[in-house]
Unconditional design. Structure first.
Length: 466
């Protein structure tokens, strides 16, 4: 491009700059600030520098471009800092380029001695220059956004630590940090505890909604989920955590978030042991509250199990498991023998036979509501622990037997004596038919029925020699 074109443009630059500023402020409302002299001065400096550099490059193509690039990168950073997107800035650049091109064309037709080819080259140069300025603005905008996002993310992680602290931080401190982190304080939250993936994990992070705060750098990675009871929120979190192992704590007020974290960590630890839920996927604490209550103090749960299931202590393992399963089913089904048979897929007569054995072992304990409640807790804990809860130690079992009432100890130590007492009573096991309703059998068979049942539980000792 001939350098004479630059000499023709220089006298017209001041008028073109004024026209460009006027068009930008009229066409882009974000830049129309008539009362802000500082801002108007910034716009004027940017437009003057841009058009001046354009003309200077026409005169000298080797003109350095670094200063212009830095200026418009800074403009992009300012746009990001003020919370605007690039649409307004790009519109301002297009308006300025259009006004400059129109001004040059008018002068070319009214006094400039330029042929059409040179004029076409000027137009092409304007739009190439426009792309260069837009690229610098975009670079600065993206860089500033990344820095802002990184700072916001750091603030959000600090906010999560503050929310789950025990004892909790003051509401004022949480509110102040939430404002700095651009996070709206919810009324209720849930904490999600995640299994640590390890240093060799390079997979994607969970794909979660933007208001969910995540910190995977903690010893136990966790998420802070606002308004977890909202429509579809739980399903959205579970989909986002696909491929991860974790536990969603109960929804609680914001001030009690530390408790939701504690319960989520307990549920995750139990799930990894195969207790209460599978060891993979996401566990909901709301579906495992009874299990969490039982295992809030696991040692105490084992002690309760050993104490209440003492009558099983002397049975063979297979028989112990069978009767424990039957007793739990009987307690869950309100003492209905037919329901027990259906649940366990056995014949009703077999269910009644097992229930008579349980009556012989536990006696009047099965008639007491409090005792039945404790038995069900003990049996559920035993089942969750894989049947090992009753085999703690012989000392623990003996200690539990010593603390039991005398009648219960005697019944637990000599089940046969319980059989004799049960046969002497006319009361039947709940869920079975009373003796008067049973089919009568010959006297010889009736005399041998009870000893056979008792010998099935435990051999009857021979009578003492006088």
């Amino acid at each position: 491009m001939p350098s004479e074109a630059a000499e023709l443009m220089l006298p017209e630059l001041e008028h073109i700059v004024e026209d460009m500023i006027e068009a930008i402020q009229r066409g882009v409302p974000e830049y129309a600030r008539p009362l802000d002299d500082a801002y108007r001065g910034t716009v004027r400096r940017a437009v003057t520098h841009a058009i001046g550099q354009f003309v200077e490059r026409i005169a000298n193509p080797a003109t350095p471009r670094k200063k212009t690039a830095e200026m418009f990168r800074e403009i992009g950073r300012i746009e990001a800092a003020e919370g605007r997107n690039l649409e307004s800035l790009q519109m301002a650049l297009r308006l300025g380029a259009r006004v400059a091109w129109r001004g040059f064309c008018l002068k070319a037709t009214n006094g400039w001695e330029l042929d059409a080819e040179v004029l076409a080259r000027i137009g092409e140069a304007i739009f190439l220059y426009l792309d260069e300025l837009a690229g610098a603005c975009s670079e600065g905008f993206t860089s500033a956004r990344a820095e802002v996002a990184g700072e916001v993310e750091r603030r959000r992680r600090r906010l999560l630590n503050l929310v789950v602290a025990d004892p909790p931080a003051s509401p004022d401190a949480i509110a102040e940090l939430a404002r700095a982190a651009r996070w709206t304080l919810p009324r209720r939250v849930a904490i999600v505890a995640l299994r640590l993936q390890g240093d060799d994990y390079f997979g994607p992070l969970p794909a979660l909604p933007p208001d969910v705060i995540m910190d995977t750098s903690r010893d136990v990675p966790c998420l802070l989920v606002p308004d977890p009871d909202g429509p579809g929120r739980a399903q959205m979190i579970e989909r986002g955590l696909r491929g991860w192992t974790g536990a969603i704590g109960p929804a609680v007020p914001l001030a009690r978030a530390s408790r939701s974290l504690r319960w989520a960590r307990q549920a995750l630890a139990l799930a990894q042991r195969g207790i209460g839920a599978s060891s993979g996927g996401v566990t909901r604490c709301s579906d495992q509250l009874a299990t969490l209550v039982i295992f809030a103090d696991e040692e105490l749960a084992r002690t309760l199990t050993a104490s209440r299931l003492v009558p099983f202590q002397d049975l063979r393992p297979a028989q112990r498991d069978m009767l424990a399963q039957t007793l739990l089913s009987w307690l869950q089904n309100g003492g209905n023998a037919k329901a027990v048979a259906r649940q366990l897929h056995i014949h009703p007569q077999t269910a009644r036979y097992r229930l008579r054995q349980l009556q012989n072992l536990f006696g009047e304990t099965l008639d007491d509501p409090d005792s039945r409640f404790e038995l069900e807790i003990a049996l559920r804990a035993r089942r969750l622990l894989g049947g090992a809860a009753t085999a703690i130690t012989a000392t623990a079992a003996a200690g539990a037997a010593e603390t039991a009432p005398a009648a219960a100890r005697a019944q637990a130590v000599t089940p046969a004596s319980g059989v004799a007492r049960a046969s002497a009573r006319t009361r039947a096991v709940p869920g079975t038919r009373p003796p008067s309703a049973r089919t009568r059998t010959p006297a010889a068979s009736r005399r041998t029925a009870t000893p056979r049942a008792a010998s099935h539980l435990r051999p009857v000792p021979p009578p003492a020699t006088p």
